[in-house]
Design a protein around this ligand. Structure first.
Ligand SMILES: Nc1nc2c(c(=O)[nH]1)N[C@H]1C(S)=C(S)[C@@H](COP(=O)(O)O)O[C@H]1N2
Ligand SMILES: [Mo]
Length: 572
């Protein structure tokens, strides 16, 4: 070590640059996804026979309807493409074909990593408080009672071939995939929008006449009756295709991006009424519903591509040809092979080169992270918003030292503040309580997906800075915990001084008007509202001001950064 650190620095552990499955959280199976209807939990697999039944009955009804003269007149009047719709003239140009493929390619990895993220907290809610039992969807059993059940305990393993990286509680790595590929997908999307409108190809996707509505109804009836409408895809889509594609490109995609961003603590905590209305759990739930839009869309779209003349359709979209040759398939097959190969390599490579994925991911996520510079969290909530339930995370301190602190109500507790400061100091629990106190009602955003609102009371960090006076060399504050992390070695995390100067950064000793409980981090825990929960160290033992954190632990800026490949900056 280049210089002497706080004594607790000795207790930090190093970490591997790859995932070691022997040390990782052991696998835990989830359950078949269930949806709550009232008080009943219904297995989603019931949807399959129900959909089948409805489709079969729908076909029968549609076929009967097509015998009715009035319906026949209607279909004749609205065969599928409104007479006033303008056709494009040049089929599918190369740029469109390429962006179409890239879109599929990126989406595959976004979806895999996205579901991996969901598996870290396999429950969806509409309300911000995430109270067990209020979820509307889950692939986990009811939260066990009568024992401590942390959010980490709640995470489940996905089928290994599906998730990225396919192991339990791998949200740190999954997020890098999700964000990096989303950035590429968004660039792809922006280019698509620009060229679409510049080229006139937008006429395919954007309805320009109200006639699309009866036309779409007519087309739907034709599909359902199994006598499909006549195809003109080379230059024009039928109205049903047009509406569905329009929703996918211009509604589902932007909705996914918006609801993704609204899950960020920095963005949501900034946006006042909007952050309250589209709270993190609503955003997560809508994000998930948008996922299902894409999945169902892809399923039906690909099915129809293959049953309405696969060769001709693949020629159009992969070769840009409107003929019966085999050229489309010759491009399509290697394109899918590339997707399959990348699909198979993604997880093993991520597990093996986790640190590289973390580094590339942090670089790729920079545009999103720097967005949050403008979103300085400031909005607070009201007493009535306080959550009835607040999930737990972390491993409790397990030492005789801590037990005796608890026994004496922290009378012997000392917070040590040292490192690059003019005045190193130790503050007793009683002294801390005489310092200026600040209360704030804020939302906690755990990286795993849950959130909760609480009123926190404690000492603003800016007063601590005034007291100890960090030197000009000090750039970071290291928080050492009294507790170890899940894999052994002391829990710690590092923050920039600008986080420390933030008006909502406090050392909390109260939660919801009562002394902070041991489970939630007594005697002291950090609140830093512009970051995710894991950055808020509980059971704080010491704060050290440093110039650099490369020589602490595995050098990534915190316990989860070292061991679980999380990002050092976590405002999203
Ligand atoms: N010492 C320590 N602090 C910790 C953790 C931990 O494991 N150890 N977990 C973090 C995580 S991931 C979260 S979400 C919050 C949870 O705080 P809560 O248990 O009060 O809800 O604490 C953070 N602080
Ligand atoms: Mo967390």
């Amino acid at each position: 070590m280049s210089r002497r650190h706080d004594p607790l620095a000795m207790k930090l552990s190093s970490a591997d640059d790859r995932v070691r499955l022997s040390k990782w959280l052991p696998p835990q199976a989830g359950v078949v996804p269930k949806i709550r209807i009232g008080h009943r939990w219904v297995n989603v697999l019931w949807a399959l026979p129900l959909i089948f039944l409805f489709l079969v009955m729908g076909v029968a009804v549609a076929q009967a309807l097509r015998e009715v003269p009035g319906v026949q007149d209607f279909i004749e009047r609205y065969p599928g493409i409104p007479s006033s719709a303008v056709a494009v003239t040049d089929g599918f140009p190369a740029w469109l074909r390429l962006l179409h493929f890239l879109n599929l390619f990126f989406l595959a990895f976004i979806v895999r990593a996205g579901v991996q993220i969901l598996a870290d907290h396999p429950r969806l809610y509409w309300k911000r408080d995430c109270t067990p039992g209020t979820e509307w969807f889950r692939f986990q059993t009811a939260v066990p009672t009568g024992r401590i059940w942390t959010a980490k305990d709640d995470s489940v393993t996905l089928p290994a071939w599906f998730g990225i990286p396919g192991i339990r509680h791998s949200i740190g790595l999954a997020r890098w995939w999700h964000f990096s590929i989303t950035l590429l997908w968004m660039i792809n999307g922006v280019v698509f929008y620009v060229v679409l409108f510049a080229s006139g190809q937008w006429l395919r996707l954007v309805p320009t006449t109200w006639e699309v509505i009866p036309s779409a109804a007519s087309t739907a009836l034709q599909y359902l009756s199994l006598t499909f409408p006549v195809e003109h895809s080379w230059t024009r889509y039928n109205s049903l295709q047009q509406i569905i594609y329009f929703i996918t490109v211009f509604i589902a995609a932007p909705t996914s991006i918006l609801t993704g961003l609204m899950q960020s603590p920095a963005i949501s905590n900034r946006l006042g009424w909007f952050g309250r209305a589209l709270n993190r759990q609503r955003a997560r739930s809508i994000h998930f519903i948008a996922l299902w839009w894409f999945l169902i869309f892809i399923f039906i779209h690909v099915t129809l591509v293959f049953i309405t003349g696969a060769r001709a359709n693949l020629n159009m979209m992969f070769a840009g040809l409107n003929d019966g040759s085999w050229r489309g398939i010759v491009i399509f097959v290697p394109a899918m092979a590339l997707l399959a190969l990348t699909w198979c390599l993604a997880s093993p490579l991520t597990i093996r080169h986790a640190r590289v994925v973390q580094r590339i991911g942090a670089f790729m996520a920079r545009p999103f992270n720097s967005m949050t510079q403008w979103w300085d969290p400031s909005s607070q909530l009201k007493e009535k918003d306080i959550s009835p339930h607040f999930w737990l995370n972390g491993t409790l301190p397990q030492s005789a030292e801590f037990d005796s602190l608890v026994k004496n109500n922290f009378a012997d507790y000392r917070l040590r503040i040292d490192g690059l400061v003019a005045k190193a100091t130790e503050l007793s629990y009683a002294e801390l309580k005489t310092m200026p106190k600040q209360e704030q009602i804020t939302t906690h955003f755990c990286i795993q997906g849950w959130s909760g609102v609480a009123k926190w009371g404690g000492i603003p960090m800016r007063h601590i800075l005034d007291l100890v006076k960090p030197t000009v060399d000090a750039r970071y504050a290291v928080f050492y915990s009294l507790a170890d992390g899940g894999e052994g070695g002391r829990y710690y995390d590092v923050h920039s001084l600008s986080n420390m100067r933030h008006e909502l950064t406090i050392l909390a000793y109260e939660m919801n008007g009562a002394p902070l409980s041991v489970l939630h981090g007594a005697p002291l825990r950090l609140r830093c509202e512009n970051e995710l929960g894991f950055k808020m160290v509980k059971w704080i033992a010491a704060i050290e001001f440093v110039h650099d954190f490369a020589d602490l632990g595995a050098g990534q800026g915190g316990y989860n950064e070292d061991h679980e490949f999380y990002g050092y900056r976590a405002p999203i």
